[in-house]
Design a protein around this ligand. Structure first.
Ligand code: TXA
Ligand code: MG
Length: 507
């Protein structure tokens, strides 16, 4: 298929843009696909009430068809046709934030095909403010289903050129409206929940919504912290927004973040990796890496939001294989920024925050943690525990529940401990056995598989164990955290007989 790209921004003559929008509307009504600018990101539009259009959208994006689409409207009244009922809270929310970067989830009307809602009985509705989007919706019949116009797994496109990269040859038309204003996708608010719940943070923040609606919750599944909760917006469970290079988010005070990143990029450089840093303008000049990409000023969150996705794409364009990113305060618009950044990183975070430690010593103070797929969920819980206690850690993977090989992670954590980079290690698989055996093959490692706090205490006191192995299928939930706590807080006894025995092990 030949994809035509047509200008619709302020630069081109009004009549020409109008003509292009009419033509695009006809394509949509005829069951075709058109990418178009909105104030958040570019969307990939098709007729929301035509099941065939939804199927085409999934195919063009390479997206799983259980991931529902947002229906875009261009007049508030039009919402009535596609929802079962319109609660007062929806009207108040619309009054305050529509047209604009906010999507509401409501119960769907029968006319909305399950192809559009990914099989759900609820529907996502958004009334965008972008003038070209509104015209297109009007000319396209009033109801346009549109996910972000990226190929599945790529950062959402913030300019037409990025849409072309992902969609050329797959859709009929791309409307080029220049760079978008916001740069992160709309806030998704679930109004079928009580209190209303944010399924995806965005430009319209929790605080702004609470001013209109009273209490509004964040979906517990968003944290990706292994609290066991799955995110309620199906799309939030996929590894989205992912750059091709391996991305690590580094948290902590600026000096320590800079020192850590520079140490890592130096090490990566030696092994032939091409390194990149996603940096704020304030710290930009202090990094050493092949590509240092500015995402904006720390003082201007809107600028960071606008630049985030294009910065991630820029690393891809330059073939960067290892990317390190600063992290941002998790409040206001920062919630949306961190949500996208952590998803891009597959929640791969290193925390170099530990009060009163200098940057060099910091490297030796961390807990290295790793698991296979069977231990993944428990690993995320342990990480949450470490975060709450401000214990710095390095998460060495795995980063999803996809099947993987436990010895890889047993070794990786053991190497981090044996090299002195981290002080202690924690490894988890279903029984804890395989991963502990693989860790114990690394010289200098004493990895103890513990099923209760007493074993954890004694192996620290008697064996000076430097790694803990847990069986996720054996010590679920709180017991595992008690074991971790005991292990991390018990010092080696230092008694002569124990020293002698530890030395014997090492021989
Ligand atoms: O800013 C935006 O919202 C952009 C522009 C183009 O409007 N669109 C966008 O669409 O980001 P998409 O498909 O990339 O993301 C839609 C998200 C997905 O995470 C999906 O799972 C969720 O909305 N979603 C859609 N319908 C839902 C429903 N009925 N219940 C829960 N989540 C839903
Ligand atoms: Mg998307």
């Amino acid at each position: 298929m030949k994809t035509s790209v047509v200008q619709v921004d302020g630069e081109c003559p009004a009549g020409q843009a109008e003509e292009a929008l009419r033509q695009a509307g006809e394509i949509i009504k005829g069951g075709g696909l058109v990418a178009f600018p909105t104030e958040t990101v570019y969307g990939l539009g098709g007729d929301a009430l035509n099941p065939e259009s939804a199927r085409k959208i999934y195919a063009a994006k390479g997206r799983p068809s259980d991931n529902p689409l947002i229906i875009h409207i261009c007049r508030f009244e039009d919402i009535r046709k596609i929802v079962k009922e319109l609660p007062g809270k929806a009207v108040r929310t619309a009054d305050a934030f529509w047209p604009g970067p906010l999507t509401m989830i409501l119960h769907k009307a029968d006319c909305v095909p399950y192809e559009t809602t990914g099989g759900l009985d609820t529907v996502a509705v958004r009334f965008p403010s972008h003038p070209a989007a509104r015209k297109l919706i009007e000319y396209g019949g009033g109801y346009i289903a549109a996910p972000s116009a990226n190929a599945s797994g790529r950062p959402s496109p913030t300019r037409a050129g990025y849409v072309t990269e992902d969609m050329d040859g797959k859709i009929e038309m791309i409307l080029d409206g220049g760079d978008v204003g916001i740069g992160l996708e709309s806030t998704i608010l679930d109004l079928t929940a009580e209190p209303p719940r944010i399924l995806r943070p965005g430009y319209i923040t929790q605080e702004m919504l609470e001013e209109v609606l009273g209490k509004v919750e964040m979906d517990a599944g968003l944290a990706g912290d292994g609290s066991g909760q799955a995110p309620k917006a199906p799309g939030m469970k996929y590894r989205h927004y992912a750059p091709k290079g391996n991305l690590l988010v580094v948290e902590g005070p600026p000096e320590q973040v800079i020192a850590y990143i520079n140490r890592q990029t130096a090490r990566d450089g030696e092994t032939g990796e091409k390194t990149g840093v996603l940096a704020t303008s304030e710290l930009l000049e202090q990094y050493h890496a092949d590509v240092v990409q500015c995402v904006g000023s720390r003082g201007d969150e809107e600028e960071i939001a606008r630049n985030l996705f294009s910065a991630l794409r820029a690393f891809d364009d330059r073939g960067v294989t290892r990317i390190y990113s600063e992290s941002f305060p998790d409040q206001g618009l920062g919630q949306a920024i961190m949500n996208r950044l952590l998803k891009a990183a597959g929640h791969h975070v290193v925390n170099v925050r530990k009060a009163g430690m200098d940057a060099e010593k910091e490297a030796g103070s961390m807990v290295a943690i790793g698991s296979d797929h069977g231990g993944f969920a428990l690993k995320q819980r342990v990480i949450h525990y470490l975060e709450e206690r401000k214990i710095s850690y390095e998460d060495l993977g795995c980063y999803s529940e996809e099947s993987c090989d436990y010895p890889v992670f047993g070794h990786a954590v053991a190497e981090a401990v044996a090299s002195g980079k981290c002080e202690q290690g924690i490894v988890i698989c279903t029984t804890g056995i395989g991963i502990s055996i693989s860790a114990n093959k690394v010289p200098g490692i004493r990895c103890a598989l513990c099923g209760d706090p007493l074993s954890a205490k004694l192996t620290r006191l008697h064996n000076d164990a430097n790694m803990l192995a847990l069986g996720a299928g054996i010590v679920g939930g709180n017991l595992a955290l008690e074991i971790v706590e005991t292990f991390l807080n018990t010092p080696f006894s230092g008694e002569e007989r124990h020293r002698r025995r530890v030395n014997l092990i090492e021989k």
